[in-house]
Design a protein around this ligand. Sequence first.
Ligand SMILES: Cc1ncc(C[n+]2csc(CCOP(=O)(O)OP(=O)(O)O)c2C)c(N)n1
Length: 384
Amino acid sequence: MISAFSFVDHLHGLGYSQYAGVPCSFLTSLINYVIDDPTVDYIGATSEGEAVGITFGAFLAGRKTVTMCQNSGLGNMVNPLTSLNYPFRVPTLLIVTWRGQPEVRDEPQHEQMGRIMRRLLETLEIPYLPFPAGETEIAQTLAEAEASMEQRKRPFALVMQKGSVAPQALSGRVEPESIKTDLRQNLSAKEKEQLTRTAAIELILDALAGDEAIIASTGKTGRELFTISDRANHLYVVGGMGTASAIAFGVAHALARQPVVVIDGDGAALMKLGVLATIGFYQPSNLLHIILDNEAHDSTGGQQTASEIVRFAAVAAAANYRSAFAVDRPEDIREAVRLLRYRPGPSLLHVKIRSGSPAKLGRPTVAPHEVKERFSQFLRSNAK
Ligand SMILES: Cc1ncc(C[n+]2csc(CCOP(=O)(O)OP(=O)(O)O)c2C)c(N)n1
């Protein structure tokens, strides 16, 4: 058993400052400690996949990160780990608890994952070590994890058994500011008057100042943004559908003076709707969340989503966003982007558009890890 202090202090010495995760009773001591420790930053996520997105964004913003989960939450992480961290070459130190460890008494819902977890990590090509059992093992374990992440540029896991960290009481709590949202719903255009995605993105880019970090969701949103203009401040989130907003939150939270805009899709936003609560709770004032809503999974053939009945601006208002507008006319979109760009956020702009994209649509020709390098460089130089 080790103390949370020793472990976090070692990581602090190695430059780790961003923690995110979803609790497990095995993680209680460590999470309680990082919540209370003013020298590090902990974000409680609504799902483990969202936590991976948040630490991904924080890494792009220059932070070294730790992502914590119960092994049952590993399943929620598989998509972003394989389709984001892998192609973008983004490491994070994963701390995964070992519920259902064979020969250790546990609940039936943990039995299978407990048995397959190591094979699952191996299948995911994530190297792992046991979480340090004694104080003397901490330095060596972390040195190995660091060396692996340095060399592979990809996640490394520490598998934590029950009782690894000495009990740690929780004293601190986040006091979220309760917002009276400026909620405006102005949807009146007929379908044929609605913009295409390309026209909407062009209009948004035109209304923005040009110094924003722009993060585009999976599918045609990123492809169209790339086709319209390919710039260092653009991040095309080719995988991890639904995670673009978590990444944007991770960047915005780490760099409070950097304006961040995420261009989301309705299908993607619905896939990880929990992130709206995280954003509303932590209140990144520099985040503008735009949802281009064509009521379809347009990128995969136009299948209908549930968004026809979802009033995203009202959802954002209920989740404590500062401003939440719904618009569908070009002049209203322009005006809303200009206003929300300079207002303290978090802001949500729900834009109703129509389906369809240009017949000849490109795909990012820059490899994801190169897009990441450029984007991080942009963030670094903009921060000066
Ligand atoms: C986890 C996951 N499931 C499914 C897909 C396939 N996929 C790629 S884009 C997309 C549709 C996204 O829909 P939406 O966010 O509404 O954006 P649109 O395509 O309409 O622009 C789907 C289903 C994926 N990339 N990842």
